[in-house]
Design a binder for this molecule. Structure first.
Ligand SMILES: [Zn+2]
Length: 154
């Protein structure tokens, strides 16, 4: 009487395994869709901000700086204004101080950095300092996913 019992056990186990597989596939599909939507959302938000006439360079938050030579982006965060951060970077490049991935990229590759108007864009205005790092990570992930980052930040 041991055999039939074992058989039932195996059958149940098999059903459970295929159920798990099904669930796993569902989760994967959901994750893929979710991350695509998230990316689409971030890209749309970026475009909307660019067309906006508000003085974005006077705000703090998450920004992107694009390289004038290879057109790849650097994602950064600052609790000061974007303008202050840009001026700091200009000083760093002038004095040959590669203090961030961005200045490292410009200095090492001898790429050209453009004006604040042409290359710096506010991605998200943030006033709560504790939110700066999490949002920066989110944007880095999104830009990396789309292969838009400078190699120094990957
Ligand atoms: Zn470059």
């Amino acid at each position: 009487m041991i055999k039939p019992k074992e058989e039932t056990k195996t059958k149940t186990k098999h059903i459970l395994q295929s159920k798990n597989k099904e669930n796993h596939q569902l989760i994967q599909t959901y994750k893929r869709r979710h991350s695509l939507q998230e990316h689409k959302h971030l890209t749309t938000a970026h475009k909307a901000k660019t067309n906006n006439k508000t003085p974005e360079h006077g705000k703090s938050g998450i920004y992107t700086l694009s390289c004038n030579t290879c057109h790849r982006s650097y994602i950064g965060q600052t609790s000061r204004s974007l303008k202050q951060r840009f001026q700091e970077r200009t000083r760093n490049i002038k004095h040959n101080e590669p203090l961030s991935a961005c200045t490292l990229h410009i200095l090492n590759n001898k790429h050209e950095h453009g004006s604040i108007k042409d290359t710096m864009t506010l991605l998200k205005h943030i006033e709560t300092p504790s939110l700066l790092i999490p949002y920066e990570q989110l944007y880095i992930k999104s830009y990396h996913h789309n292969d838009q980052l400078i190699p120094e930040q990957q």
